[in-house]
Design a protein around this ligand. Structure first.
Ligand SMILES: [Zn+2]
Length: 225
């Protein structure tokens, strides 16, 4: 999985304290404006407004990419539970974008993939699914509002994380390009290599659209209609 480094500068005015994360806190950005994607939120974190509001977080995820703004051993300020609260001081924060010009289902899938990756690679986290919590848990805020506002939205998100975890538990088969770069990771089912479509297609620069009602997928080549 590709994570785009978009780290805040060392001289950022908000303090990031040492952290040993136990939880992953899931947020929605609350910003449905066009263009309010991961790159824009990365810029926002550097703005005076964000500094005045004393907010920062670890990852922003949209339909195209995952951006990381803080290292996992430093805390952010996102949970609304105060200077010493476990949300702020012991949880990794993920913001899922809601920009109206983005594909929200794809953003949620990318976020679930990121959560699965963190569950597998951050040993200090509580066991899954206990470790994955809503911002709501820390402060009572209606966040992540899109997942919370949809019937079974949160349960569906956790189920998607579980699917990614299960697929990762199988014997991994790296799918590489000619330069040896890993594009995706699949697994063997008999003598067939099974690969998560979105992971491979997006690594190849294609866009994946899932149509829930038809249970069908459209692949789009950027630049073509
Ligand atoms: Zn939130």
């Amino acid at each position: 999985m590709r994570i785009v480094p978009d780290f805040l500068p060392d001289d950022h005015p908000l303090v990031a304290l040492p952290m040993v994360p136990k939880w992953i806190s899931v947020h929605d950005t609350g910003n449905p404006a066009r263009g309010a994607n991961a790159a824009m939120h990365g810029r926002y974190l550097r703005s005076q407004e964000a500094i005045d509001r004393e907010v920062m977080w670890h990852f922003t995820v949209d339909d195209r990419e995952i951006r990381q703004h803080l290292p996992l051993d430093r805390n952010g300020w996102h949970a609304g539970d105060g200077w010493d609260g476990p949300g702020n001081r012991q949880s990794i924060a993920i913001e899922i974008c809601e920009n109206s010009d983005g594909d929200r289902a794809a953003a949620e899938a990318n976020a679930a993939m990121l959560v699965a990756h963190l569950v597998r690679t951050v040993p200090s986290l509580l066991p899954f699914p206990e470790c994955v919590v809503q911002h709501n848990r820390w402060s009572g805020k209606n966040c992540p509002r899109v997942l919370r506002g949809r019937p079974d939205g949160w349960e569906g998100f956790i189920a998607m994380v579980r699917q990614y975890l299960q697929s990762e538990e199988r014997q991994p088969v790296p799918i590489r390009d000619a330069a040896g770069q890993t594009l995706a990771t699949g697994w063997l089912d008999g003598n067939t290599t099974v690969v998560p479509l979105r992971e491979l297609a997006e690594a190849l620069g294609l866009r994946v659209e899932w149509h829930q009602d038809e249970r069908a997928v459209t692949l789009r080549w950027p630049g073509l209609a």
